[in-house]
Structure formats: structure tokens, C-alpha cells
Design a protein around this ligand. Sequence first.
Ligand code: GLU
Length: 428
Amino acid sequence: MTVQKMLASNGKEDFNLFAITQVQLDAAAEVLELDPALHALLREPVREMHITFPVRMDDGTVQMFRGFRVQYNDARGPTKGGLRFHPNETIDMVRALAAWMTWKCAVVDIPLGGGKGGVACNTKILSKGELERVSRAYVRQMGRILGPEMDVPAPDMYTNPQVMAWMVDEYSVMQGHNDFGVITGKPLPLGGSKLRNDATARGGMYCIREAANALGINTQGATMAIQGFGNAGQYAAILGQKILGATIVAISDSKGGIYDPNGINPFHAIEHKLATGTIRDFTAEGAEPISNQDLLELDVDILAPSAMENMITSRNADHIRARIVAELANGPTVPEADNVLYQNGVYVIPDFLCNAGGVIVSYFEMVQNAYGYYWDEATVDARLDAKIAAAFQAVHKRAQELGVNNRVAAYCVAVERVAEAVRLRGWA
Ligand code: GLU
């Protein structure tokens, strides 16, 4: 079903993310004149596992949890992608994110396929012990389809290096030996990579630098608004200032935001968020409150949606005044909004390119685990920069050549690579 048909049948803009990924793929398939069988293969995940598992809670009761892992496409290598612990996790959400991982790994040309996983749970109400038991129980069930050569999870929404550490430990117990390469985003003492923590935002900053160069924008003193203040948003504030020389004028999270045209100190903002759980009331240094919606519509040089999906829709797309939209979140812009932004001359750096820094450094982590030899920070940084800048240039060039928006161009680059691998292997 197309997004337009879904809109008609729902009567509201309540998008199914997986249907959105298929509509996006269809647009690229048309431009590439993709063989119909190959197109059909790329529209669906090749493999998925659904599990239900028991966890003993602190009060002695046993609760059942639902978990998923989708291995979308492994033509180019083992599937790769994060694990989300979110109360509203659905299989279609995981399918969509697994599809985007496939295009993400391909567009930055790392030898991995795409996967994603999730557990429907609310980490805000789980104790540390319960979180550990959920993490371990997930791996006990899912471990049979994971492995450095098969499928490699990583952190995503509401999971972190500690969760990865429990998981790698559980998997190693199952194998009877340490197997650090089964998961990335691990803490440094367990085979983690330098710079993995800030890699998503760092890669995004390198993309913004390239985009600004292409558009003739000086990033020194450029204004930047950040929607979402989790891992990606927090590091975007720090690195936006450090790498780009930008002034962070607005930040928001799910509870509300702040605006200060003179600039917000990212470190103080993070301290406040850690202490109170939200950025909303951090007004001590002169910032004013701003709603999430108004933040998106600010007249800034750079807007970085870094939180949830479906934030820029046909309702607000016409009001976006940023010159560059750097999508650090997965899926913040719906297809109709894409066309409006493109027509209005807003330069969008699409999510699976803009936020690929995380998986690039995850790939470096896998390489380091396989070698048992670890790189210094400067090496990781230089290799990340080279990889993502090359991907940016390939997408930018393709968009200019074809006269299409950057998302369609990114799909063309990525889909072509996956399609070639599929063809060579004789699958279609
Ligand atoms: N969860 C991150 C993403 O969406 C990273 C995935 C990974 O490192 O495997 O890109």
C-alpha cells in the first residue's frame, strides 16, 4: 500500500515506517529501472525471528517480554544494526529500521548487510537487575542467529554499552569462549572501539561540513538547532561547536525545549539534562522556552532532528526555514515532506547517510576485534571522516546528475550496490 493510500484509509498522518521504506525504495527502483524480481526481493526482509521470553522481576513475579530481530538483507555481508528497548516496539518498526541499516551500510560502502532488533519494554521503570536479566534473556533466545559472521547487534534507542557488555558476556557463555565480535558499541575494556560513543553525531558533523562546502555556507558561527537530546543530540551539540564552530541556538527533548540566539553552552545543557531528566527548564543562562514544533521551524543554518521518526510531515514541511537539515534520527522526514523541502531548496542530508557514523565505527570495532589489535583515536577519526565524506560526495554528485533529492540519490547509490551483490550471487 502506498503512503498516499494509507493516508486516505487512516484519515491521519499516522505512518507505518516499513511502508515508508518501501515507498522510498520504489522511487529509487523507478530511477534505476530495477529488474522487478530484484525489486521485489529488496522490498522485504530475508529473515526474521520473533521471541517471547520470561524474566524474573525484582518482586519475585515472572513477566513475559516480546523481542524481535530482523535480518533484512545479507548479500553484502553479515547483517548489522542496533537493538532498541522501547515500549511501543513493533515488528514493522524493526523491519523499517533493518531496511535502513541495509541502505546505510551500502551507501557508506562497508561490507555488511542490514539488521535490527528490539524488545518491547520500558527501561525507565526497569531496575538495573531487571534490565540485565532482559538483556541476557534476549541473547539466550536470539543467540542462535547472532555471531560475528552472521548478525551483529549494537546500541540504539534506550540501550547502551552496559547492555552490550551483558549481552556479549551471555553470548560468550553460550559459545564457551569470549566472542567480542558478536556485538559492537561495547565498553572499551571489552573490545569496544575508541570514538564509538560519539560516532553517530561525529559522522553527521562531517556530512554537514561537506554540505556547507558544497552550498558555500561558512559553518563558523552558523546557527544550529537540535531536536532530541539523547546520545546523538548531546554529541551533536558538543561537536557542532567543536568541529563546525557552530552556535547552538536551540535544543529540545520530548518534554520541551530552550532557545537562545546568543548560544547555549552544550556542556551545561547536558549537565542539566542528566540532573533533571529534561532540557526543558534550563533557562538559568538566559535561554527562553520553545516548543518542539517551533524549534523545527526556526530560521537557522542547520537543523538536526536527532530524536524520533515522523517529525517533519506535510503539516510543517512548508515552514522549515533551515538551510541544511541533517537527519541524525532515523526516519524524521516522511515522503511527502521530502518533496516540499526539495522544492523549497532546503538541503536535506538523509538519515541513512547522515547518521551512518555509528555503524562505520561499529564496523571498525568488528575489524579491531577480529585482529585483536586496537587503533588510537586519531586513526578511527581519520578513517571515519574519509569514509563518510566519500559517501556524502557520491550522493551529492548523484543528486546533481539525476536532478533528484538527496534521499532518492542516496537510495540509488545504496540500492545499486546491494543489487549488484544480489545479482552476482545469483539470487535474482
Ligand atoms: N543503531 C545505530 C544505527 O541506527 C548503529 C548500528 C550499529 O552500529 O550497528 O545506525
